[in-house]
Design a protein around this ligand. Structure first.
Ligand SMILES: *[C@@H]1O[C@H](CO)[C@@H](O)[C@H](O)[C@H]1NC(C)=O
Ligand SMILES: *[C@@H]1O[C@H](CO)[C@@H](O)[C@H](O)[C@H]1NC(C)=O
Ligand SMILES: *[C@@H]1O[C@H](CO)[C@@H](O)[C@H](O)[C@H]1NC(C)=O
Ligand SMILES: *[C@@H]1O[C@H](CO)[C@@H](O)[C@H](O)[C@H]1NC(C)=O
Ligand SMILES: *[C@@H]1O[C@H](CO)[C@@H](O)[C@H](O)[C@H]1NC(C)=O
Ligand SMILES: *[C@@H]1O[C@H](CO)[C@@H](O)[C@H](O)[C@H]1NC(C)=O
Ligand SMILES: *[C@@H]1O[C@H](CO)[C@@H](O)[C@H](O)[C@H]1NC(C)=O
Length: 440
């Protein structure tokens, strides 16, 4: 609990900072010593499971346009290397400038208040961090090591204006130029944990982890809703990843209109437990194999105790096929103890993802191998959208699709009939009775 020498705290000062960590704190900012227990208690910086640290506070915003991003950046730099930035309960902190937070090393952010982004679409579309993968942009990026974000507060993407203006467009449409920011993004980060907070109304994906290791989310609530019935939130996925080893999501609730949890290319060692998803597109491995000549994989996932309500899909594996796509594998994935209600496609294996015509998939079958998949103890009901079909496992001809094992799958239709399982192109016995998609 000793203080670091001052020099270590200040070593990261760089040009371009409005408030230099060497100079006076910006107006309203304060730094408390880790030993000043009474003061830390007084500001709400005592937190179960987290030892007291040097704690930094910054001024709060006075309105939704009172941008405190310079103060926030100062606070992050001042708290870096062993300290904590506290965003206090009942206060709002508005971020109106893009932030590069890729220099972090041992920092805590206690988010008990609300951290909210401005909805200046013109500014953000000109100032963001851009990723080629599905043309993603973000407000900020977090990188470095040992980053812990926790608290009972809210990270608010202020998505309504983005929803209104994006209405009627499609993210995967090649003509789309209306890019929308991701709410939380890590890049080149190792050991990031997020605990307790709410993530609200992201303009686009809620979380995206790029080139990162050991990311964990626990007890987080993700929600996106619109007050405009003709402009619903779109593409507000709970969790997406690219080149990530070690991704854990536990005790988390997601209520959004797109994928609940969907690791993307090159994600391995995935652990999901006690996840609740309402109104989502399900827990999907993929899509992968989209980009020509590129190898993608998703490997070693254990997904247990998931509740999926009112969704488009439940448990899903998806890979691209067609003339100009990539290759790879989805291997060693376990879904266990999955409760599904009122869902269009409770179980899906799709090797001809997106809008590629069936004959093109047949002519150019997916080169994504799907192997060693266990789907065990799945119960509940479908929505009836696919008639009696509750599981649809369709592998492209010629693609490798083997070691697919289902056990104790009891999904009924809304009428209470036993659901039908469709299986095409799978090598070997899948463990349950199933019919070909061409059967009546
Ligand atoms: C709701 O969204 C529609 C579709 O974009 C838009 O035309 C309309 O102006 C929005 N309504 C409000 C109150 O913002
Ligand atoms: C992440 O690391 C890669 C490889 O070292 C590097 O090319 C890239 O610039 C880094 N990204 C950031 C945001 O620092
Ligand atoms: C399963 O997850 C739910 C949350 O969706 C939780 O309430 C329940 O306790 C978990 N069950 C077990 C056996 O841990
Ligand atoms: C789940 O979503 C439905 C709308 O589809 C909503 O009516 C319900 O309140 C949600 N459940 C919970 C527990 O939030
Ligand atoms: C996935 O990893 C492979 C092999 O390491 C690499 O060639 C490929 O570019 C990666 N895919 C993506 C989308 O980064
Ligand atoms: C399969 O994945 C699990 C993690 O879910 C891992 O513990 C196990 O070692 C993997 N199996 C193989 C054969 O790699
Ligand atoms: C897919 O399976 C084939 C046949 O076993 C194998 O040759 C190929 O290397 C596998 N592809 C990947 C990306 O693992």
């Amino acid at each position: 609990m000793k203080l670091l020498p001052l020099i270590a705290l200040c070593a990261t000062a760089v040009s371009g900072l409005v408030y230099d960590t060497l100079g006076h704190p910006p107006p309203g900012a304060k730094v408390y010593s880790a030993n000043d227990v009474a003061a830390l208690r007084g500001i709400g910086a005592h937190y179960p499971g987290h030892r007291d640290r040097r704690t930094v506070t910054i001024r709060a915003s006075r309105s939704d346009t009172d941008d405190i991003s310079d103060d926030f950046l100062w606070g992050i730099r001042r708290a870096n290397h062993g300290g904590r930035l506290l965003l206090q309960k009942g206060k709002k902190y508005v971020i109106g400038k893009r932030l590069d937070l890729t220099f972090l090393d041992n920092i805590e952010v206690q988010l008990d208040g609300e951290l909210k982004f401005t909805d200046d679409v013109t500014y953000w579309q000109a100032n963001n961090f851009y990723y080629d993968f599905q043309k993603s942009i973000t407000f900020w990026r977090w990188g470095g090591r040992d980053i812990r974000i926790f608290g009972k507060g809210t990270l608010n993407g202020n998505g309504q204006r983005w929803y209104n203006e994006f209405a009627g467009q499609e993210i995967l449409d090649s003509d789309n130029t209306y890019y929308r920011p991701i709410l939380f993004l890590t890049e080149n980060a190792t050991r990031v944990s997020v605990e307790g907070i709410t993530q609200l109304n992201s303009p686009c994906w809620t979380n995206f982890f790029v080139n990162s290791n050991d990311i964990s989310f626990d007890n987080v609530f993700i929600n996106a809703y619109s007050t405009n019935a003709s402009a619903l939130p779109k593409n507000t996925d709970g969790f997406d990843s690219l080149n990530v080893n070690g991704l854990s999501v536990t005790n988390t609730r997601v209520d959004i209109g797109d994928d609940c949890f969907s690791p993307k290319p090159n994600t391995s060692n995935i652990f999901v437990q006690n996840l609740w998803c309402n109104n989502t597109h399900g827990v999907s491995m993929g899509s992968i194999g989209q980009y020509p000549g590129v190898l993608d994989f998703i490997e070693n996932a254990y997904i247990e105790n998931v509740t999926l309500l009112n969704g488009q899909n439940g448990a899903r594996l998806k890979a691209w096929a067609g003339e100009d796509v990539g290759y790879g594998r989805i291997n060693n994935i376990t879904y266990k103890n999955i409760h599904i209600e009122n869902t269009d496609n409770p179980i899906v294996l799709d090797q001809c993802y997106f809008n590629i015509p069936t004959d093109e998939c047949a002519a150019y079958p997916s080169q994504v191998n799907i192997t060693n998949i266990v789907i065990e103890n799945v119960y509940g009901t479908s929505s009836g959208a696919e008639g009696d079909v509750v599981a649809d496992l369709v592998c492209s001809p010629n693609a490798v699709c083997e070691g697919i094992h289902l056990e104790n799958v009891y999904i009924k239709t809304p009428e209470g009939e036993e659901g039908v399982i469709v299986c095409d192109g799978i090598s070997g016995d899948i463990g349950v009775d199933c019919v070909e998609s061409t059967s009546t």
